[in-house]
Design a protein around this ligand. Sequence first.
Ligand SMILES: Nc1ncnc2c1ncn2[C@@H]1O[C@H](COP(=O)(O)OP(=O)(O)OP(=O)(O)O)[C@@H](O)[C@H]1O
Ligand SMILES: [Mg+2]
Length: 401
Amino acid sequence: MAVSLDEVQRKSGIIGDSEPIREVLQTIVQIAPIDISVLVVGESGTGKEMVAKAIHSASNRKFEPLVTVNCGAIPAGIIESELFGHVKGSFTGAEETRKGYFEAADKGTIFLDEIGETPLETQVKMLRVIEQGEFIRVGDNKSRHVDVRTIAATNRDLGEDTRRGNFRQDLYYRLKTVTLKLPPLRDHVEDIHLLVERFGLEFATRNDLAFRGIVPEALQLLRAYSWPGNVRELKNMVESIMALNPSQRFTPDMLADHVPTDTFRGNQALPVIVDKLPEQSERELVLRQLLFIRQDIHDLRQLAIGRPVGDQPVDPYLPTPPPGAVKPGTGILIGDVSKLETRPLIDPDAIGEVTMEELEREAIAQTLAKFNHNRRRTAEALGIAERTLYRKIEAYGLEKK
Ligand SMILES: Nc1ncnc2c1ncn2[C@@H]1O[C@H](COP(=O)(O)OP(=O)(O)OP(=O)(O)O)[C@@H](O)[C@H]1O
Ligand SMILES: [Mg+2]
């Protein structure tokens, strides 16, 4: 009998009410009962192992074993004997005949974690067992048969590995037929409060503490952060804060060691754009970023003419202080200061020639250069998603040479 989405969520412990997480749960519900191999992809800490377990538990094989193999943790020299078993005397130290993981998973599910790390020569044998259920123990000459469902996971780009010749194309095509893509946490920040609550309550229960929640400002900080380590990073953070501040409500100052608390302060001046197409919102954010660059130019100009910066409204069109305000020897400006005063961001001669795309490319190129090609910081500074930035870097050919 098919299971429901709520049941999968409850049993698996996968937390989240956002659209991306509901889609993941819905896919699990759909594919779990079908005996087909599944590839789970997603960045580190997004819950790939959790999802693999959820698929097995919601499948018809749930009363049979789920065998987890970390393909990246087994040395290349012994991986085949671990996966397929070996016969006594087949190599030095093989004192007993032993079953491999595939045989141990017979009738059940095998979870091949970090599949991208599997040595090429082993991949061909893996394909055979996944496709036909056939394998040969190391040192044996007899082909054996198992009935195993495969779930594989990776945080690598297997398509790219295949193009580079590091991963077999046939195995890749076989695995990717059903691909379950897990969202990075930054794409479902609306789930953060649920996750914090769950991890907080769990930690409190284990350690006989109270969990008192989180103040809204602190939650906003967590939502503004990019979470490169995803849910795992969030979980570790919650536990560390609770250990250091037992039974206290989470406040922004407790987060300072974990997330950049100035991200929020920098961004809160940004108006929130709602009800707009993503492309449109991104364009507006890029344009706003251009405005910030203009403000920077203004600040620099003020510095150059010896005026304090910061305690006055930042307006590039402020009245011009007389050029004589530049003290001899301290100015960094060369030429006529008055020319700079009303200099617009776009050269007037270029108006009518310059397109939005060119402006966007320029903003991205300059911001990348400023942050030394650190994509996370660049995306943050431009106020766009890292994924969008990647796409645009590729589209505009801005990859670091
Ligand atoms: N949606 C979620 N709800 C609850 N806990 C989650 C969720 N996603 C991840 N976790 C928790 O985060 C931690 C990391 O999850 P998991 O080990 O499944 O990630 P992973 O994708 O396999 O990471 P890696 O690629 O580093 O192996 C675990 O403690 C898991 O319980
Ligand atoms: Mg994992």
